[in-house]
Structure formats: structure tokens, C-alpha cells
Design a binder for this molecule. Structure first.
Ligand SMILES: Cc1cc2nc3c(=O)[nH]c(=O)nc-3n(C[C@H](O)[C@H](O)[C@H](O)COP(=O)(O)OP(=O)(O)OC[C@H]3O[C@@H](n4cnc5c(N)ncnc54)[C@H](O)[C@@H]3O)c2cc1C
Length: 570
């Protein structure tokens, strides 16, 4: 494997001046431009062609050989607790083997800072939805979040939200696609609930004011992400999450729901009856711990991208550090499918400043093909994310047909100029993907005219805390919703199925929590489960150099991640 020295960057002129005196960055270095010429040269021959789809056997073999989930050397065994003996990413095991950042003896339950019916932990799509429905159903609600309200993966969603709203579609077809995409490991009742509630969710969001893309006759515009067999992804250009969160955060304020910012939860509280009874929070500003006593508690803390599993870059926001999984596990909740991580095939591989950020699947749905350094197709552009990622890893690793960047990253081309050629005519890219366009323009790349270099990026946790159809867990009065929950997506989530998941199950959890409030008899608050957990660590001789939950990733001493392990075997 050749790694090109980053110092070569310094010796090459990176900028050129334009007559207007404007300084424009020249984005692609000369050696990358040479391979772009090959992409351009092969375009007319590829334009009407598609690559043969993988059959089940080919797909299984591809995954087993190249998908990072199957690198057993990168997994660790959970040492104790409900999932003892299961193999999950080592980075997660490290957190589960760490003592709490909270000293249980330092918490004084004589002083409760907040009392509420419903405590929502997490200010992304699942959390705010649950808060709105709990409030609508009569509960007193407190929402607490790690950063600002809305700082979350949800706000970054680009592609769209999946629901069978068009006449040629139905929840039954949505169900079948979702099960096949999840390698048939999905929990059937969860999928049934997801697909049946999905059309209502799109209507609900529309009624609140979300401006979904429309066709000239006023009906919904929908596209078909990979693994779906019908057009069912409803978008707002390429800023779907931003638009949805704009509306939902407004609604939280309109409904006068109390919320705390920069106040992450650090441990769940149980009571002496083993029920969940709230959480201990840490205020980033005052550096004080706060006690919240709640009749029902929802974890809606999102995903784990910032663990950078196996050194992959990530598409996730800074708060995605697996806190919910750690807190739930310490309290005794069961995890499901945490060995299955989603690497989105089209993370940005160049320029370095945007490493790992997402290029939505919608670009492939709109005609962009994936090609190697020679401009050759090597996989169908609409294979599911797991298979497409594995094919890209194979192309860049074993086959040596990736494009090397000056900083040692590698990738394949996403031939975006095809979008205006075959995907809807001139102007389509700008109309549909203005956000992505402006992001690249800053670095002097015009994706209408030039391809984009991509490589898989850590995107989503397919598993999570085991849950029922209303978000309930095995711990009384503890609920989960959104990415922190597991089961509905099986081993591999389909595109557009997460946005709908967070609203379907966020809503259901909010309603059920409010309903349950009147039946709950609270006991004495306790952190004994944290003490017991730490005792188990000690008894097993597990010594950790960290504490958990992580709360924020620490990049202080690290260079940006540029050398993902693309040549690594299993
Ligand atoms: C770039 C990108 C694009 C995507 N595009 C799509 C798409 O087009 N369609 C689709 O279906 N899915 C998409 N997804 C996936 C989808 O957006 C997410 O899975 C989903 O939004 C997660 O919602 P959530 O509410 O569960 O988590 P989040 O939206 O991540 O919210 C979690 C919240 O919890 C907070 N939090 C974390 N830890 C704590 C703590 N300890 N205490 C308090 N608060 C905490 C976080 O700060 C955050 O506010 C995309 C994801 C990304 C990253």
C-alpha cells in the first residue's frame, strides 16, 4: 500500500487567481484530475448501462469477506451484564468496561433539582417528537439535551423520510423491502408498526408546516433509495432534517415545553423497586450534577458515530457518543444487534476538511454511478448500503483500484455530472442538491461538472436497546426511541427508514409514557446499580483508563482521521 505523504500538499500550488482578483481554491490536485479524465472518457459508454445486481449468495460472500462488521479481530466480548458473551465493536466494549464518570456517593438525593412526569433525554427528532406527544397527552414534560436543542443527527438528514404514500406503493411492500434490507433479522412487530404508521407521520409533519418537495400537481415528490422497490422517500431538497427540525423545535417552544441545554444525562436513576426514576445530569456550564426525578424516562440519545469504529470517519454530529447505550446497559437494559454498524458507502473522501461527511443516497437514486480509478463500474449503484460499502472497500483494498488522495485517504468516484444528464435534465443537481453543491463549491469543486470522491463512513448503529412497539424496555418506566433503540432495522437499515423510525416510535413512546404516569408509584431514588456495576468491573479485574459515558469526543491530540484501514483483512 502506498501512502502519499501529506507534505506533498505543501509543495504544490493549491490556489489560482482569477481576473476579478478572487481567490478560488483549486480542489483536485493534478494526479486526481488525471483519473477524472478517465471517468469523463467512460461516461458516454456507461450512461445507459447498469451493473448486474448481486444475487443473495454473491451478496452474502461479499459482506462476509469485506464488510467491517465481519472483521472478528475488531470485535470485543461484553464481559458481563444482560449481553454477556456477545461480540460488539471494541470501541463500545471499552465504554462498557469503564467506570461511571459519576461518583454515586457524591449525589445527594435529599436535593432533587427537577420533578417531572416525563423526562426526555436527547434533543433530536425522536426526543422532541416524544416530548410533543407526551405534552399533548397531558403529561408534564422536561427535555434535557447535551448541546443545543436540535443539535443532533436528525438535523443533518439529507435524503428523506420513507413512507408508502404514493398510489403504486403500500405498507406491505414497504414491510417486505425493510425485512430484506435488514437481512430478515428485523423484529417483525416493529417493522409492521413502522410501515403502518409511516404515512400518518408524513401527514403530521406536513400539517405542522414541513415543506416537503412536491410535483407540479401538488402531490408529494418521492424518490427511491437503495433497497426500496418503490418511490417512497419524501425530501425537502437535500436539507430534509434541517427543515423538519426547524418546524419541530418551533413547536416545542410554542407548546412551552421545558428544556435544558448543555446538560447531558450521565446516569439513569433507579428506585428501590427497580423502576427507572429519572436521571443524573451534568451541566457543562456550571460543572454541577443535577438530579431529575421522573415517573417515566425516555432515552433518545441517538447513535455512536463519534466512536470512529475501526478508524472510520463519520457522518455523525459531535454528540453521537453512545451515551444512551452505556447508561441503559448499566441500568440492566438489554442490547440487540450492536455488532452491526452501518457504514454509508458515500462519505466524502476529499477534500480532507469534509472527510466522512455524507453524500446522500438520493444522488445515486437520481442517476450518479459509482466508478473506480479507471472510470469503470464495479457494482450496481443501488445495492443496499452494506453491500455497496463492502464493494468499495474491496475495490480500494484488494483490487487496488481506488483513487489515492495526497493525504493518504482513498476513495472511488461518484459520477455526479450524470445527474443533470440522465437524472432529470440540466439544473436538476442544483434544484435537488443545493446544500451539497454549496458545500463543495467552498473548496472549488463543482459536482455538476466534476465527480465527488467517496469512501464508506461510519453512519448508523443498526442495533441498540431492545424495545417494544411503544418504546418500552425490560426496565419498568424506561423507554427508548430513535437511533439508540434496536431491532426494527435488523442487521442493516435501509435509507429513509431512520427518519420515519424516530417519529413513529418517538410519538408512540410519548403517548405511552403520558398514559402510564398516573399508574406509577415512585420508590426511593438510588444509584445502587452503578455501584453494583463498578463492583463487577473490579471483581473481573477490569481496569480502564477512561470513564463513561463519553459525552464528547476528544480530538485534542489527534490529527484528522485520514488513514482508514482499507487494506485490512479480517
Ligand atoms: C448526515 C446524516 C444524514 C442522514 N440522512 C438521513 C436521511 O435522509 N433519512 C433517514 O431516514 N435517516 C438519515 N440519517 C439518519 C437519521 O438522521 C438519524 O438516525 C436520526 O435522525 C436519529 O435521530 P435520534 O433522534 O434518534 O438521534 P439524534 O437526532 O442524533 O438526537 C440525539 C440527541 O441526543 C443528544 N444526546 C446524546 N447523548 C446525550 C446525553 N448523554 N444526554 C442528553 N442528550 C444527549 C444529542 O446531542 C442529540 O441532541 C442521517 C444521518 C446523518 C448523520
Amino acid at each position: 500500500m502506498t501512502i502519499i505523504s501529506p507534505f506533498r500538499l505543501i509543495t504544490r500550488p493549491l490556489y489560482k487567481f482569477y481576473v476579478q482578483g478572487e481567490l478560488e481554491k483549486m480542489a483536485y490536485p493534478i494526479e486526481m484530475q488525471d483519473t477524472i479524465k478517465k471517468v469523463e472518457a467512460s461516461r458516454s459508454e456507461r450512461i445507459d448501462r447498469s451493473f448486474p445486481r448481486l444475487n443473495f449468495v454473491e451478496k452474502a460472500k461479499l459482506l462476509e469477506t469485506y464488510h467491517p462488521d465481519f472483521r472478528l479481530s475488531e470485535k470485543g466480548e461484553i464481559p458481563f451484564g444482560p449481553n454477556q458473551g456477545e461480540f460488539v465493536p471494541k470501541e463500545l466494549v471499552t465504554l462498557l468496561e469503564s467506570p461511571s464518570r459519576l461518583n454515586p456517593d457524591a449525589i445527594d438525593f435529599g436535593k432533587v433539582d427537577f420533578k417531572t412526569d416525563v423526562l426526555i433525554i436527547g434533543g433530536g427528532g425522536a426526543g422532541v417528537t416524544a416530548a410533543l406527544f407526551a405534552k399533548e397527552n397531558g403529561a408534564d414534560v422536561l427535555l434535557t439535551t447535551k448541546l443545543r436543542l436540535g443539535d443532533a443527527n436528525t438535523i443533518m438528514a439529507e435524503g428523506g423520510i420513507g413512507a408508502a404514500t404514493l398510489p403504486e406503493d403500500s405498507p406491505v411492500i414497504h414491510y417486505i423491502d425493510t425485512m430484506v434490507g435488514g437481512r430478515c433479522q428485523n423484529i417483525p412487530e416493529l417493522v409492521e408498526t413502522l410501515v403502518n404508521d409511516a404515512p400518518f407521520i408524513v401527514e403530521w409533519l406536513t400539517d405542522l408546516g414541513v415543506n416537503f418537495d412536491r410535483l407540479p400537481d401538488g402531490s408529494y415528490f418521492a424518490h427511491m433509495p437503495a433497497g426500496h422497490s418503490r418511490k417512497r422517500s419524501h425530501s425537502v431538497k437535500d436539507i430534509t432534517g434541517l427543515e423538519i427540525m426547524r418546524v419541530l423545535c418551533d413547536e416545542v417552544r410554542n407548546q412551552e415545553i421545558r428544556f435544558l441545554e448543555f446538560s447531558p444525562a450521565v446516569e439513569l436513576l433507579l428506585d428501590d423497586r427497580g423502576q427507572c426514576a429519572g436521571a443524573a445530569l451534568y451541566n457543562f456550564d456550571t460543572e454541577q450534577y443535577l438530579v431529575v426525578q421522573a415517573k417515566t424516562t425516555l432515552l433518545a440519545t441517538g447513535g455512536i458515530g463519534r466512536l470512529h469504529i475501526q478508524g472510520f470517519p463519520t457522518s455523525n454530529h459531535y454528540g453521537a457518543t453512545a451515551d444512551g447505550l452505556v447508561m441503559a446497559y448499566r441500568a440492566g437494559a438489554e442490547l440487540l444487534y450492536m455488532g452491526f454498524i452501518q457504514y454509508h458507502p458515500t462519505g466524502i473522501a476529499w477534500p480532507e476538511q469534509m472527510l466522512g461527511l455524507l453524500i446522500s443516497e438520493a444522488l445515486r437514486a437520481q442517476g450518479a454511478q459509482v466508478v473506480n480509478v479507471e472510470g469503470e463500474m464495479f457494482v450496481d449503484r443501488l445495492e443496499t448500503r452494506d453491500a455497496l460499502s463492502a464493494a468499495i472497500i474491496r475495490e480500494c483494498g484488494e483490487r487496488g483500484k481506488g483513487v489515492l488522495t495526497p493525504t493518504g485517504m482513498v476513495g472511488v468516484w461518484l459520477d455526479t455530472p450524470l445527474i443533470d444528464i440522465v437524472g432529470g435534465g440540466p439544473g436538476t443537481f442544483l434544484r435537488r442538491f443545493a446544500g451539497i453543491h454549496s458545500r463543495f463549491k467552498k473548496y472549488g469543486i463543482d459536482p455538476v461538472k466534476e465527480p465527488i470522491l467517496v469512501y464508506p463512513t461510519q453512519h448508523y448503529q443498526n442495533g441498540g436497546v431492545e424495545t417494544g412497539v411503544n418504546g418500552e424496555t425490560n426496565i419498568p418506566n424506561l423507554y427508548v426511541a430513535g437511533e439508540v433503540a434496536g431491532g426494527v432495522h435488523g442487521h442493516n437499515r435501509l435509507g429513509s427508514n431512520s427518519l420515519v423510525d424516530i417519529f413513529v416510535f418517538g410519538r408512540r413512546a410519548g403517548i405511552d409514557m403520558a398514559r402510564k404516569v398516573s399508574q406509577i408509584e415512585a420508590g426511593e431514588l438510588s444509584l445502587d446499580h452503578v455501584r453494583a456495576y463498578q463492583k463487577s468491573l473490579k471483581e473481573l479485574g477490569i481496569v480502564s483508563g477512561t470513564v463513561s459515558p463519553m459525552l464528547l469526543p476528544d480530538y485534542r491530540f489527534e490529527k484528522a482521521l485520514t488513514t482508514v484501514q482499507y487494506t485490512k483483512g479480517r
